[in-house]
Write a protein that binds this ligand. Structure first.
Ligand code: HEM
Length: 275
C-alpha cells in the first residue's frame, strides 16, 4: 500500500495519520454554530473509528475459533473488552452537554441518528444477532453497506464459531439442551476445558459490555430528551428501553441457572426432553 508523504517526500506524523483529512471532517451544520455540535460530531466519529477496529478484532476472533484456536480468539476478545470499556465511559463526555445546549443544534441533525449506524449493526450481526428487521427497513443504506451487512448475516458469527469449537472438543451441540449440558461441563473447572471456559467468559464479557453501553446510552438519551421521539424515527426512550434487554448469547446467560445442578433432569425441566 502506498503511504502518504509530505511535499518534501518524508513521511511525517501528520502524513502517516492523514491528519489534514481526518481533522477536516468535523463540519458543524448549525448556523450560527452551536457550541456543543463539535463535541457531538467528534464523539460519534470516534465511536465509528472504534467500531472499525472492533469489527477487525471480532472478525479475527471468529476466524481463530473456526480454526480451532481458542487462545487467540480469547486474546482478541480481551482487547475488544478494553475498547468497549472506553466506549461506555465515553458517554460521560456527552453528559457535559445540557439539554438546551443539545436543542441548539438538534434541528441540524435532520432525520440522521445513531440508529442508522451500519457498523453498529454489523457488530451486532457478527456477535450473533440474526434479526433482519433493521436491514429490511434501512432505506438509508448505500448499496455497498447493504451488501456488506447481508454478507455478515450469511456468514458464521461468533456464536456459531464458539459452537464449532465445542463440537471439536467432542460435545454434542445440536440442541439447546445438549449445549446447556456442554456449558455445565466446561464450567466445572476441569483442566481439559479451561480454554473453552475462558473463551465462554470472554463472550459473556463482550455481551455484558454491549448491554452496559445500551443502558448507559439510554440514560443519556433520557437525560437529553426526556420523552421526546428520536431523530431516527423511533419513539426514543421507549425504543431504547426495549433494546436494553437484548443479549447476544442468551444460552450462556441461561446456563448459569443450571450450574450446581447439572443433572439431566434439571436440564429437561427447563428445555423439555427433546429440546
Ligand atoms: C455517545 C454518543 C452516541 C452514540 C455513539 C449513539 C449511537 C446510537 C446508536 C448506535 C443507536 C441505535 C441503538 C439501537 O438500535 O439499539 C442510537 C439510537 C438513539 N440515540 Fe444515540 N448515540 C449517542 C448519543 C446520543 C444522545 C446524546 C442522544 C440524545 C440526545 C441519543 C439519542 C438516541 C435516540 C433517541 C435513539 C433511538 C433511535 C432514534 O429514533 O433516533 N443518542 N444511538
Amino acid at each position: 500500500m502506498q503511504l502518504p508523504v509530505d511535499h518534501d517526500g518524508d513521511l511525517t506524523y501528520s502524513s502517516y495519520l492523514r491528519l489534514p483529512h481526518v481533522l477536516g471532517q468535523q463540519q458543524c451544520r448549525s448556523s450560527p454554530v452551536a457550541h456543543d455540535e463539535l463535541l457531538f460530531i467528534t464523539v460519534h466519529q470516534v465511536y465509528e473509528l472504534w467500531f472499525k477496529v472492533l469489527l477487525f478484532e471480532l472478525s479475527n476472533a471468529r476466524d481463530r475459533m473456526l480454526a480451532g484456536d481458542a487462545y487467540r480468539a480469547r486474546l482478541r476478545l480481551g482487547r475488544c473488552h478494553e475498547i468497549e470499556r472506553v466506549l461506555v465511559n465515553q458517554v460521560d463526555v456527552v453528559d457535559t452537554m445540557t439539554p438546551r445546549g443539545f436543542l441548539e443544534f438538534r434541528g441540524a441533525l435532520g432525520s440522521s441518528s445513531g440508529f442508522q449506524s451500519a457498523q453498529f449493526r454489523e457488530i451486532e450481526f457478527l456477535s450473533g444477532v440474526d434479526d433482519t428487521s433493521w436491514l429490511d427497513a434501512a432505506a438509508w443504506l448505500s448499496a455497498e453497506d447493504r451488501q456488506r451487512l447481508s454478507l455478515r448475516l450469511a456468514e458464521p458469527d461468533l456464536w456459531d464459531s464458539f459452537v464449532v469449537l465445542l463440537a471439536l472438543a467432542g460435545f454434542a451441540v445440536t440442541t439447546p439442551r445438549q449445549r446447556s449440558a456442554a456449558f455445565c461441563e466446561i464450567a466445572t473447572g476441569d483442566d481439559r476445558y479451561s480454554a473453552l471456559w475462558e473463551l465462554s467468559e470472554a463472550l459473556i464479557g463482550h455481551d455484558q459490555m454491549w448491554s452496559a453501553w445500551r443502558l448507559r446510552h439510554q440514560m443519556t438519551a433520557a437525560r437529553q430528551l426526556g420523552g421526546k421521539a428520536g431523530t431516527g424515527g423511533t419513539t426514543g426512550g421507549e425504543y431504547l428501553a426495549g433494546r436494553v434487554q437484548l443479549r447476544f448469547y442468551p444460552e450462556l446467560w441461561e446456563a448459569r441457572s443450571y450450574f450446581g445442578r447439572p443433572d439431566e433432569e434439571s436440564l429437561e425441566h427447563v428445555h423439555g426432553a427433546d429440546a
